[in-house]
Design a binder for this molecule. Sequence first.
Ligand code: ADP
Ligand code: MG
Length: 389
Amino acid sequence: MAKMTLKDLSLEGKKVLMRVDFNVPMKEGEIGDDTRIKGALPSIQYILNHGGALILMSHMGRPKGTKEKELSLAPCATRLSQLLNRPVQMATDCIGSQVKEMVAHLQSGQVLLLENLRYHLAEEKPELDPTFAAKLAELGDCFINDAFGSAHRSHSSTALITKYFPDQAAMGFLLEKEIQALSTLTHPNRPFSAIIGGAKIKGKIGVLRKLIEVVDELYIGGGMAFTFLKAKGVEIGNSLCEDAQVALDILKIAPNKIHLPLDIVIAKEQEVKTVDLSKGIPPQWQGMDIGPKTVADWSQKLRNSATIFWNGPVGVFETPQFAEGTRAIADALANSSAKVIVGGGDTVAAVQQMGFGAKMDHLSTGGGASLEFIELGHLPGIDALTDIN
Ligand code: ADP
Ligand code: MG
């Protein structure tokens, strides 16, 4: 079912309540990276240009119902004000009489940022206090969700709140762009390849099960690869490893689609070397990155793809010694004619750090949300929005 978008709403003179994802990385009170704030700018500017009075709400970190000062959104108000070149008011809470007062005085073209939603337990656990969503809803005439990174959560501000806006709950531009890009993976141009790496094997089982069914080729690198190698009887030394049964199940579904590393950069304390996997990894050594043979083989094979999805670095890219595999894959994808979609917090950070960001077709801003959308084809935060025909 198609969902209402920002352009379907009339905004002139309205109090527009928008959920954004300003959960930016903070370092000693400073914003480490403002990509997420910038991601919401197209929707913010559109609303202000169309005469809306804008009320923004977001979470930051995990204060679990306490008013942790370090997790205040105030630095985001300052940064947003610089980016917009206009004042942004900051509320001391997200509900309550003071907030209501500020909203009542808010004029067309003005912006108010509410304080961290997760200062209230009911944000993450709506069942504790269903009136929390109602109190947030009272602040706006219409509701926009532009927080793709939180769209896989059934929280007060992402899902419950929409019942107070039965025909006025719309997607923002960022959310719309994400859904459009990720939906191409449901009907991809073929051959369709996926590269999956990273460390959170358990969290990626669902998406692996789905991908093995829909892709033509599946490349498994990073910490993820060793569970699969072990399942195939390869010695993996001290490398990251989880339940081999899961890997066996996936291997069984379509063994011919799966590509595992041929060689691996391994480390033991300060020593580093590359080994061929036909010989396995010696005891006490840990696999850190895919080796040059693997890079050459995968880059060559990936050249035939028409669509590529990448989630999970193929090595411990934070350490320069083990970043070469991830850099080479990013380079291959950046120079590929395929439609390339990259998802995952660390993968997107790696791609951007290495300077390949602009050459990818889509960098997904939501790690968990993008994987869940690929796996299930829908998200609670999107399901909850107003249907249109
Ligand atoms: P994303 O955030 O892109 O979804 P993950 O969070 O699953 O990715 O994984 C990223 C982490 O995986 C990085 O911190 C990286 O160092 C780690 N990683 C990659 N390869 C290995 C490996 N061989 N052994 C251990 N950790 C690895
Ligand atoms: Mg991560």
